[in-house]
Design a protein around this ligand. Structure first.
Ligand SMILES: [Mn+2]
Length: 245
């Protein structure tokens, strides 16, 4: 059974975001996120980042240096706000040095939180995209502990080269995939939610912000972050989508 976040009282102010896909050197979106850390997130008791905060993460030893300003913003936010980071399919190599330097705690999915007499299950979302068989196969290989172990020990230059090639392939593959294939499979969602009765689902990954009212549960899909505006879910006296700008 997964852990439940300690604060169970209904007045815990929680913000949930995902899929910022920050790229080092892309200053506008990075700046928007840093501003968010200094304002909206500062007023929250806890912030959940449900994966793909970073567009790529090739190991703490290589990537922390590329995102120094983001790490510093997280660190200073972590003094007042509990920050929980879930790995996405882009940044699943976030490690111990990241945890230490950013002040974030790393969550394993699924993670459950209670708010205002309602239980929510949080996941990144890619596990439910079961129609994309090639993606699921590749994920199994890339995120296998042995692959991760070996990759993290490769020279930095080689890691950069390999990830560049992989990214190119994935962009090409996406061109030929239908839009439906890259969304969640509703049977897989139903099956997953049957294991978690009286719970609503919050996830990201698909970049299709929406509220889906299904039989027995509601599925909330987190919104995108652009250079000039972002999106978050706020839990306080209920659930609201808020715009960040
Ligand atoms: Mn993703």
């Amino acid at each position: 059974m997964s852990k439940i976040t300690e604060q169970n009282n209904s007045r815990t102010k929680t913000l949930i975001i995902s899929d910022l896909h920050l790229v080092s050197g892309e200053l506008e979106k990075t700046g928007l996120f840093i501003k968010f850390c200094q304002n909206e997130a500062q007023e929250a008791d806890q912030l959940f980042i449900l994966g793909d905060l970073f567009n790529s993460w090739l190991g703490d030893d290589l990537s922390i240096a590329n995102y120094q300003n983001v790490i510093e913003a997280l660190k200073s936010l972590s003094q007042d706000t509990n920050i929980y980071v879930m790995a996405g399919n882009r940044d699943f190599l976030l490690g111990n040095k990241f945890k230490k330097e950013s002040g974030c705690k790393i969550l394993i999915e699924p993670h459950f939180i209670d708010n205002n007499n309602k239980r929510y299950v949080l996941i990144h979302g890619d596990t439910l995209c079961t129609d994309d068989i090639d993606y699921q196969k590749l994920k199994k290989i890339l995120q296998h502990p042995i692959t991760k172990f070996i990759f993290l020990r490769l020279p930095k230059k080689l890691r950069l080269r390999l990830s560049g090639q992989l990214r190119k392939k994935s962009v090409e593959a996406q061109k030929y995939k239908s839009k439906n294939i890259m969304d969640v499979n509703t049977d897989s969602v139903d099956k997953f939610m049957r294991n978690h009765p009286n719970t609503d689902l919050i996830h990201g990954h698909t970049h299709r912000k929406r509220v889906h009212n299904n039989e027995g549960y509601t599925r909330y899909v987190l919104g995108d972050w652009y250079v000039d505006r972002g999106s978050a879910i706020k839990l306080e006296d209920g659930l609201d989508f808020i715009e960040i700008n």
